[in-house]
Structures are given as C-alpha cells and as structure tokens.
Design a protein around this ligand. Structure first.
Ligand code: AMP
Length: 598
C-alpha cells in the first residue's frame, strides 16, 4: 500500500458548506481508494456481464478482480475498432456496454488518420459533472474571494456529425457544454462566467470568440480569473484581441453589436448585455494600440488572480508566452481528463507548473498501470500480470495508464505516461510525463513519427521531376507565432543545380505534407484556426552531420545515433536555423470536412 500516505494532510478549511461536502468526498474517496476501486470494478463487471465483449472472454458472470485480470486482455483502440465500427453502423445490441451507447466522443487521438470514436453512455455525464464540481472547492482553499467576481473563460463547441447508424459524434467538451448539466447549472457564486451560454454554444467560432471577448471587456473589473481549457486556447484569444480590438471598441463605444454577429439568439442575448461605454472603449483603444502587449492580461483585467489553463504535457511550450502576456500570473492546472474517461484533479492547483500532480479519483473508473520502461517496447499481450493497481504504484516510477470504464472500455491503454510523485491518503498523485508516440503538437493535434514520415514521403514526390530528394529531415513545433505552426527542416540532395526546386514547388510541398497529416491537424488548420501554415526550412548540405557531431560531443553513442525526428533543445534549433538556405510556407489550406473521409 501507499508509501508516503502519511505525509498528506486533510484538505481544508472549506470556504462554504457546499465546499465542505465536496472536500469530504475527496477525502473519503482517497482514503478508501482500494475499496472504491474494488467496488467500481464489481459494478462495471456486474452491469456489463451479459455484453458480447465480456462473454467472449468467458468471465461467466465473475465480478472479482482476479478473474478479470486473468481473463481479459489489455487492448488498444485498434483492437476494438471492429466493435466500434459496428456500433457506429447502428448495431444496438449490447456489444461493449449493457447501457445504450448514447453518443461517440471524438478524441484528439487518431487512428488511421481519423479521430478515435469513444463510446459513452448517459450516466458518464454525471461522473464528469462530479469531477467538475470538485474543482472550485479545492481552488477556494488557495484563493479566497472568488465569489466576489467572475471568471472570463473562453469555451467553445465544435462541429458534430452523425455516424452511419445515426449516433452523434462530437468532442467531449461540446457534449458537456450542450448538456442540461451545463446549460441549466444552478447559480454558484464561486463559479460565475462572464460568457453567456449563448456565446459558448454558438457553433461559429468567430461569433463565439467575439462575443465572449466583448463580455469579458465589459466586465473587466469583475474578472478574477482568466482561462481556457488549454494554454493554446487562451493565447488564441489574445491573438483574437490583437486582430479585433478596434471593432470591439467600436461596439463598446456605441452599444451596437458588430453586424458580423448574425446568430439571432446571440444577438438577442447580447442586446441585453451590451451598453454604450465610451470611457471603456477609449481604455481598450489606448491599451491595445500600445506597441508592447507585455502584461496585456493584467492591464485589461487588473483583478485577475490566476490563469486557469492546462500547461502540463504538450502545453508546457506555451508557459513563456503566457508569462509574457500575464506578467507571470500563477497558472492553475486543475484537472486531467480525456474523451475515454475523466481521471482526476490537482489538489494543489496554485503550485508551479513543473510541480503539478494529478490525483486520480478512484470512483471515476477502474485504473491499472503498466510499468513503463523507457526505451523498451514495453508490454506484450502475454503478460497481463505486469499491471499494477492504483494503490500499488510506486513513487518515482513511470506507468502507462490503463482504464476500464462504465461505458465498456476494458483494460484499455490510454497512451499517457505518468510518473508517481506521492500520495494523498492512499490515492497516488501523478505527474503527466507525456503522451506516447507524439512528436509534434500545437493545440489538440498529436502527430506521431509514422504520420510525419508519411507526410514527408508524400511531399517529396513533388521533388522528383527536379531530380531532388530529401536526405534528412527533422521537425519543430514553433510556438513563437500565434497560432503556432509545424516547422520541418529538410536537407536536400539536388542532383541538377540548374533545375533545383523553386519556391513555388517547395510551397506546394508544404501543402502536400499538410494533406497527409491527420484530421485533427487539418481541422486545426481549417476550422479552428488553431494551427498556422506549415513551414519547410531548407538547410545547407552537411547540416544533419553537424547535428550528429553535436549529439556525439554531448555523449551520444556513434553506433546508436539516430536523427531525432523532432527537436526542441534550443542549441539544436539554433544550429539548424543558422544553416538556413530558404523558408517556405504552405500557400493554402488542406482539405478537411467534419465528415470522416478516410
Ligand atoms: P482527448 O482524447 O482529446 O480527450 O485528449 C485527452 C488527452 O489529452 C489525455 O489522454 C492526455 O494525453 C491529454 N491531457 C488531458 N488533460 C491533460 C493535462 N491536465 N495535462 C496534460 N495532458 C492532458
């Protein structure tokens, strides 16, 4: 059982009676983590006993851990794809879950270039809401007075589609914001948003962002926290303000809403909120027209106590930019969740980003942990006994998260690598190390090595007629621009210098690469405008050899040296940039539409 469980102290004192109840729940769940896990597994196995999936493994109604662990394989999304396809095509029999699959949640993880479809059931919404309901009671322990103002949160819904069998497929947050749980949430003085529901629920991203920003500007003195789900989303909002402050200030001055806002319910709602305020308009103009935007968040929203954005995992790259715009405000990472399941929360949300640990709530699903040995291919299907239970993980060790959910995912590998940092009571706390196999990420896109390789291969076809090939390549997520963009470094072998590829051809190579990246990337480019045009930087011949020399000078073995397919160590990026021959940007948008294509 938990080493270090003695060092955690109970949470408190609570800010109000409602908070006291939430904190008691956290204490209860974390103190009895193993018993809660046992109950969760029993519930799931009993509920789904007659499903096709569990029957296949001859559980014969057994609901105990031992039978479960000895009979059920550990699986990935690809293993489940036939079942998921049948559900998507309209098979309503109890394949994975005894409860009807209510919709699919479209994950930002992909399979064969398309978003993964995660089956979910109605009652999962209650579990998600339960986790949300714990966040403010914990935050109130560290930041007093949040009931005296509002939160400016940039929240969005995204497009949804239907599967051939008629089930909705949409992102988990879109599902949550459109649910009655969110839309008719009771008034909570600690959780008042500046954005009205109409603005959050407007499917047009420009109209949604515009009105949310307008409301945030109007309420600027009341705003106590500024947030978005991920750091990249908040930076997109800042960029939006840079591009639209003039029109926004006109609206504020006159009280007339920009004609580009056409959604009738949004216009009606904004008509009640927007009041002419020439003084505020002047202030916005004065601040936004200054050359430097350093500290803009605290200049416009001077009472902001913290930023509520996830800056762990792939989002770490945005910390310096957020610090620049906010004058170094604390950045609270409150929760850890996915389309498959919501996992847990940060019990010390005002800590430094590098110290963030998430406590997995044992009532959300049944959790197991696959010991992760760096540089090994890891687990094989034949050794399921290697999985460790929630309370048995060891401090300092890394694991891959494996979940069994009420919606019917059984021993499913999420693909996240976590490191145990300690315990709260008997529930472990985890540092998010990384997502497996992700090379590049700007927003919610996740590009792996194989996808990048395929994209490079595809694009380099265009060089054939110039008798030119790509001899080496690597990549870099450039987040200095907003939105950030992928940079691909190419070293070329040009066999006929009199007929080398032109700028136009290399631009087309950029677009060809984008066409071959996965649908989450292309959606970010086309619909969400969260990723900028891909850039190819051609470097001088011999640059990759210099890269190897550099790595060897720092201790890499010559025999084992492999060209890194992604670089983020500053001296290496600088070395590459210092050998630059030319840079080329994608001239257009890749194809994307909400319907699944490939
Ligand atoms: P999605 O499948 O699109 O719902 O994305 C879920 C994934 O996002 C998780 O499996 C993690 O890889 C990542 N993620 C979610 N929350 C966090 C967090 N707080 N810190 C780092 N990564 C996160």
């Amino acid at each position: 059982m938990a080493v270090g469980s003695a060092i955690s102290s109970p949470l408190g004192p609570p800010a109000c009676e409602k908070d006291a109840k939430a904190l008691r729940l956290i204490e209860e769940m974390t103190r009895n983590a193993d018993a809660v896990q046992e109950r969760v597994l029993t519930d799931i196995l009993a509920q789904n006993a007659r499903t096709e999936y569990l029957s296949r493994f001859k559980l014969n109604g057994a609901i105990d851990r031992e039978s479960f662990k000895s009979k059920l394989p550990v699986i990935t999304y690809e293993d489940l794809q036939p079942e998921i396809q049948r559900i998507a095509n309209g098979d309503r029999t109890a394949i994975l879950s005894a409860h009807p699959i209510s919709e699919f949640l479209t994950s930002s993880g992909t399979s064969a270039g398309e978003r993964k479809l995660m089956p979910t059931i109605k009652e999962e919404l209650d579990r998600r809401q339960l986790l949300y309901s714990l966040l403010m009671p914990v935050m109130n322990l560290y930041v007093p007075g949040l009931d005296k103002g509002k939160g400016l949160y940039f929240l969005f819904v995204k497009s949804e589609t239907r599967t051939p069998g008629g089930l909705l497929a949409r992102p988990v947050l879109t599902s949550y914001y459109k649910s009655e749980h969110f839309k008719t949430r009771p008034y909570d003085p600690y959780n008042v948003y500046t954005s009205p529901n109409e603005a959050i629920l407007c499917p047009d991203s420009f109209q949604s962002m515009y009105t949310q920003m307008l409301c945030g500007l109007q309420d600027r003195h009341q705003v106590l926290r500024v947030g978005a789900v991920f750091a990249s989303g908040l930076l997109r909002a800042i960029r939006f303000l840079q591009l639209n402050w003039e029109q926004l200030s006109v609206d504020i001055e006159t009280g007339d809403l920009n004609r580009k806002i056409t959604d009738p319910s949004l216009r009606e709602c904004m008509a009640k909120i927007l009041k002419p305020n020439p003084e505020l308009a002047r202030f916005v103009q004065q601040e936004c027209s200054k050359e430097s935007w350093e500290g803009i968040i605290t200049r416009i929203w001077p009472n902001t106590k913290y930023l509520d954005v996830i800056v762990t995992g792939a989002m770490t790259q945005y910390i310096p930019t957020l610090d620049y715009y906010s004058g170094g405000l604390p950045k609270a990472c409150t929760m850890y969740a996915s389309s498959e399941c919501y996992f847990g929360l940060n019990l010390n949300p005002m800590c430094k980003p590098s110290e963030v640990s998430y406590t997995i709530m044992p009532n959300m699903a049944y959790f197991e942990f696959l010991p992760h040995e760096p540089n090994s291919s890891g687990f094989t299907r034949d050794s399921p006994q290697k999985l460790v239970d929630l309370v048995d993980v060891e401090v300092g060790k890394e694991y891959e998260l494996v979940i069994t959910t009420y919606a019917g995912l059984c021993r499913y590998r999420v693909g996240d690598i976590l490191r145990v940092t300690g315990f709260h009571n008997s529930a472990p706390q985890f540092h998010f190390v990384r997502r497996k196999n992700v090379l590049l990420s700007i927003d919610s896109d996740k590009t792996d090595e194989a996808e990048l390789q395929k994209a490079v291969e595809n694009a380099s076809q265009l060089l054939r007629e110039f008798n030119t090939s790509v001899v080496e390549y690597t990549s870099y997520a450039d987040t200095k621009t907003i939105p950030g963009h992928y940079v691909i470094y190419w070293e070329l072998l040009v066999k006929d210098p009199t007929n080398s590829p032109t700028d136009e051809v290399l631009k087309q190579c950029c677009l060809a690469m984008e066409e071959y990246l996965n649908s989450v990337y292309r959606q970010g480019r086309v619909a969400d405008n969260s990723i900028g045009p891909l850039e190819i930087r051609v470097v001088k011949n011999g640059t990759f050899e210099e890269l190897m020399d550099y790595a060897i000078s720092r201790g890499a073995s010559i025999n084992q040296y492999k060209v890194p397919r992604c670089v983020n160590f500053t001296p290496i990026v600088e070395l590459l940039d210092s050998r630059l021959v030319s840079a080329h940007f994608s001239p257009g948008l890749p194809q994307w539409n909400p319907e699944r294509r490939r």
